[in-house]
Ligand binder design. Structure first.
Ligand code: PRX
Length: 656
């Protein structure tokens, strides 16, 4: 890691925005000046200029009870109205909102007027099912237009959505439905993935299966099912409803009511350092202000002319802020693609860019690195000349991948914005402004206007240029999480206790400032892994592993991986009775599959090492650092604090 950092910090290439780009850019240097002069006033201006308020707010920020912030608290708005109706009322009803491409080649073009009408119908259906302000609705859908319509319909009636990524297992879905106490689940029979229909409804059925004796109260009254895959599904009369039976029949008259700015908008579960995922809670006015603002100035959205494409699934925060809320609040036209990048051929993404004339493209370094591996011949078969801006999100982008992205996808001209943020921050926090900043391959660079970032040491003291430390946010920001669903103590402990004296938000990332004061992200400093830009917790995977009857003990680490950034490496101790009866290879295979079933395929370990012991300190804490050395094929580091210093040579020998 340290040699990689040194390499990063000697990176001297600089790329100024093309002058034609800078001249037309939405985000200007003046924004930094306005925000520096009056940060809170700056956000108040943005909220007023960008959004429609049914009731204007009089107070911008209430930070009287940190870390519990309130933004625009006495204002009222309707989030869906801001994403839909107002564009139609302003005469943009015929503008295309969604250019949808199914993996199997199906296509739908949906205008703002059509999407608004659909959302009104869904809002009426949900209200008819008894869903109202503050109720939770779970969404478990593929990337189809109904997913976005569902999120907006829930927002429209002041309810709270909890989107669960379609790749999560029935168990993961169940724990999220239960934690939020969802009243309705919106799902599909299935969706297209990797060339075939992958079912979804059976996982919902399993998640909701009879809970007699489990102690968990079943809160779900209805399951609304979109027909997409055409696969057969089981049906529970009275509970299950087909979307095509109820939505088209509903009225498309629905007046958007005003809700308080701090009305919760959504819960999104993410991995933390313990086994239980946290329900990150976001509210309405502040979230929408920053999602829209950053999409506008960082992605440089010109709604009349641009075609935007963010490749994230709506199951992640990137899909919330830069598929649903940011682009639609801006009135942009965007591509929505259902499937995987390499189906039916490895050039599918580039073909989509060519077909729809995508001008702004936002994706993750992992995808870029896997395309690099396949070779530039594939993208070069397509006309990518419509691209004028590229974005990166989710994990550090290495300079080599950055340069490839620029040359091969960006035609050596398109600026690249490397955007750092988190589920918790709700929207982009650190990024170049593409018409202003001279970019550096590998650095996310500067806080956006109105956001205050620092790199500090363990005591919260600023490290200064040229030094490394922990990344913190020093002032509240509009799209900050407002809490962890049902667990205010965990919210305070996880993010605010470490620097409670200063009221700094602790992000969990290591970072370094270069001599210009630009930020270089160095990865997580806690037990959270980042695999292909997805957050996974070591504890969650360990608890899945020990839940298998063959496993006595397990330790999981994130090992660096050329393509996925990090990969899951598991060290497991198998119970004697199983060791005798099964081959190690067979056990490793079945444990990989087991984790996939328990959590979801993204959590499946790349490596499962069967060992006899795990390295522990005298107090019994597993030393993951040493296991990481083994998984990354390095010389094992300092073992002097181990209870038994010989254990690492045994493990190394077994792994080899
Ligand atoms: O470690 C950072 C990394 O992703 C984490 C947040 O993950 P998640 O909540 O799933 O949100 C991902 C999409 C916003 C961060 O703590 N991360 C995100 N963006 C970057 C990044 N690391 C380096 N550079 C980035 N641009």
């Amino acid at each position: 890691m340290s040699s990689q950092i040194d390499h990063l910090l000697t990176e001297t290439r600089r790329f100024a925005p093309p002058s034609s780009f800078a001249a037309a850019a939405v985000g200007t240097a003046e924004l930094y000046e306005r925000a520096a002069a009056d940060r809170v006033g700056f956000w108040s201006d943005q909220a007023r200029e960008l959004l429609h308020w049914h009731t204007p707010f009089t107070e911008t920020l209430d930070w009287s009870n940190p870390p519990f912030a309130k933004w625009f608290a006495d204002g009222e708005l309707n989030v869906a109205y801001n994403c839909l109706d107002r564009h139609v009322e302003a005469g943009a009803g015929d503008r295309v909102a969604l250019l949808w491409e199914g993996e199997n080649g199906d296509e739908r073009r949906i205008t703002y007027a059509e999407l608004t009408a659909e959302v009104k119908r869904v809002a009426n259906v949900l209200e008819g099912l008894g869903v109202g302000q503050g109720d939770r609705v779970a969404i478990y859908l593929p990337m189809i237009p109904e997913a976005i319509a569902s999120m907006l319909a829930i927002a429209r009636i002041g309810a709270i959505h909890s989107v669960v990524f379609g790749g999560f297992s029935a168990d993961s879905l169940r724990s999220r439905i239960d934690d939020a106490g969802a009243k309705v689940v919106i799902t599909a029979d299935g969706g297209y993935r990797k060339g075939k229909v992958s079912s979804l409804k059976p996982a919902v059925d399993q998640a909701l299966a009879d809970r007699n004796g489990s102690g968990v109260q079943d809160t779900v009254d209805h399951v609304l099912v979109v027909r997409r895959g055409g696969n057969d599904v089981a049906w529970t009369e009275g509970r299950d409803l087909w979307w095509h039976d109820v939505v088209p029949a509903a009225s498309d008259h629905h007046e958007a009511q005003a809700f308080p700015a701090e009305n919760p908008l959504f819960i999104l579960y993410t991995s933390g350092t313990t086994g239980k995922p946290k329900g990150i809670m976001h509210t309405s006015g502040g979230y929408l202000t920053q999602a829209m603002f950053t999409n506008k100035v960082v992605h440089d959205i010109h709604p009349e002319t641009d075609v935007f494409w963010c490749t994230a699934d709506i199951g992640w925060i990137t899909g919330h802020s830069y598929v649903t809320y940011g682009p639609l609040a801006n009135g942009a036209t965007q591509v929505l693609y259902e499937g995987t990048p390499d189906t039916p051929h490895p050039g599918r993404w580039w073909e989509i860019i060519q077909k729809y004339g995508v001008s702004i493209f936002y994706t993750a370094p992992t995808a870029i690195r896997s395309f690099m591996k396949l070779g530039r011949e594939i993208p070069q078969k397509f006309d990518l000349s419509s691209i004028r801006l590229l974005g990166s999100v989710g994990e550090p982008i290495n300079p080599e991948a950055w340069m490839w992205y620029r040359k091969v996808i960006g035609g050596k001209a398109a600026p690249i914005v490397d955007t750092w943020w988190q589920t918790e921050t709700g929207a982009i926090m650190i990024s170049a402004l593409p018409g202003v900043t001279e970019t550096k391959p590998g650095s996310a660079q500067v806080a956006i206007p109105g956001v205050s970032i620092e790199v500090v040491d363990d005591d919260g003291v600023h490290v200064g240029n040229g030094n490394g430390g922990l990344l913190v946010v020093t002032e509240p920001w509009p799209s900050m999480l407002r809490g962890i669903w049902g667990d205010p103590d965990r919210f305070v402990e996880t993010y605010w206790e470490k620097f409670s004296a200063q009221n700094y938000y602790f992000a969990g990332d290591g970072a370094r400032l270069d001599d210009d004061g630009d930020v270089w992200l160095l990865g997580r400093v806690d037990d959270v892994m980042n695999v292909s830009g997805h957050r996974l917790s070591t504890a969650e995977i360990e608890s899945a592993l020990v839940g298998n009857e063959a496993v006595a003990e397990a330790a999981v680490v994130g090992a660096s991986d050329e393509t996925t950034g990090q990969a899951v490496a598991a060290f497991v101790i198998i119970k004697q009775s199983y060791l005798a009866a099964h081959s190690p290879d067979g056990l490793a295979q079945s444990l990989r599959a087991w984790v996939g079933e328990q959590i979801g395929p993204i959590a499946r370990p790349r490596d499962v090492y069967i060992v006899e012991e795990l390295p522990k300190t005298r107090s019994g804490k597993i030393m993951r650092r040493l296991l990481r050395d083994v998984a990354e094929g390095r010389e094992v580091g300092d073992t002097t604090t181990l209870a038994d210093t010989a254990v690492m040579s045994v493990i190394s020998a077994q792994v080899r």
